[in-house]
Write a protein of this length. Structure first.
Length: 182
């Protein structure tokens, strides 16, 4: 069933698969969502950037995300903000500290300590990846209150994030993407 929402249609066609899959958490699922074919496409960026930017807190000075899934997202959300006249930078959170030089966990123009940062995530399942990034950002002295995701798989991520005083805002739930897939 094709959706009237072009972004949902892109996700249903290019990001969603039904079958038998092992997820990053180790759990099995009949649903697989890989947003990279959408986030790394020009059309996907064009459709996603303004929608995600709407969910970024107005006071945030940066958007951040765990590499690799969030890399394109933080870049083009910062770009969309600049086009709208808003000062919003992009940060990439490494999965482990840089093995040389400064040993940095964060890449990008770092805002002042204490600044509000919105975390971007492509897919939230258990919330583990988002929490890893949030912990690094908080350890660096930043305030993180919100995680903005493309898809919430509805598998406990919202509760796990809530336990860490984080709000999850997602563009879609897995049930919507699966229904649009048909």
């Amino acid at each position: 069933m094709l959706s009237a929402d072009p972004l949902l249609q892109l996700l249903a066609i290019h990001a969603y698969r039904r079958g038998q899959f092992t997820l990053a958490s180790g759990a099995s699922s009949e649903h697989y969502v890989n947003c990279k074919p959408v986030t790394l496409s020009g059309r996907g960026a064009l459709l996603l950037a303004p929608r995600l930017l709407e969910l970024v807190e107005p006071e945030a000075l940066a958007v951040a995300g765990l590499t690799l899934g969030a890399d394109p997202m933080v870049s083009w959300v910062a770009h969309a903000a600049a086009l709208a006249g808003r000062n919003l930078d992009a940060l990439i959170v490494r999965k482990e500290a840089k093995g040389h030089g400064t040993g940095a966990w964060l890449e990008g123009p770092l805002p002042p300590t204490g600044s509000l940062i919105t975390l971007l995530e492509d897919v939230v399942t258990t919330g583990g990846s988002a929490l890893k990034a949030v912990h690094q950002l908080r350890a660096a002295g930043y305030v993180v209150q919100r995680v903005v995701a493309i898809v919430d798989r509805e598998e406990g991520g919202e509760a796990a994030l809530g336990a860490e005083a984080l709000q999850l805002h997602s563009l879609y739930r897995l049930t919507e993407v699966a229904a649009a897939h048909g």
